[in-house]
Design a protein around this ligand. Structure first.
Ligand SMILES: [Zn+2]
Ligand SMILES: [Zn+2]
Length: 156
């Protein structure tokens, strides 16, 4: 499924800006922050920072991308996995849980963030009944392969 199909399949309207931002996130090797997306789209003058901000909000709201808290509390954005859950199940869990059914790897040296979709934590309903969940972050911190191969950690 390409980027345009993902938007259309979700029953949404692909605009030039939405496609540009979503393609930029999809092409990136790890999660991108708003300034990083802005920089990658800087050749296209029609996409200013406010437009990109609004598009990121829209993409997050429709779960085409998800936000991950990066360094210095700056949000980073990563493509969401397309979900094939029946519509009836969709509202059985709070939004925050639907958006975070996986964990993230954070490299503490270069700040790279990647998703591990294979890790899908199950939250017991009994725990969720006692607490109103706003967001869930499962972060695994360490050193990415690239930094490790450069031996960066030896100098730290
Ligand atoms: Zn790294
Ligand atoms: Zn993720």
């Amino acid at each position: 499924m390409n980027i345009q199909e993902r938007i259309i399949n979700a029953g949404l309207r692909p605009t030039k800006a939405r496609l540009a931002v979503l393609n930029t996130i999809a092409d990136a090797e790890s999660a991108l922050s708003h300034p990083e997306i802005l920089e990658r789209l800087s050749g296209q003058k029609e996409f200013d920072r406010v437009t990109i901000y609004r598009v990121l909000d829209w993409l997050t709201e429709h779960d085409l991308v998800h936000k991950i808290s990066g360094e210095n509390r700056a949000w980073k954005f990563q493509l969401s996995q397309p979900r094939f859950l029946p519509a009836t199940n969709k509202n059985s869990q709070p939004q925050a849980l639907q958006n975070h059914h996986h964990a993230h790897l954070h490299c503490k040296l270069c700040g790279q963030i990647t998703c591990i979709h294979e890790l899908e934590p199950r939250f017991p309903q009994s725990a969720l009944d006692k607490f109103q969940v706003d967001s869930i972050d499962i972060n695994i911190k360490g050193i990415c392969l690239q930094c490790a191969s450069l031996g960066k950690h030896l100098n730290n």
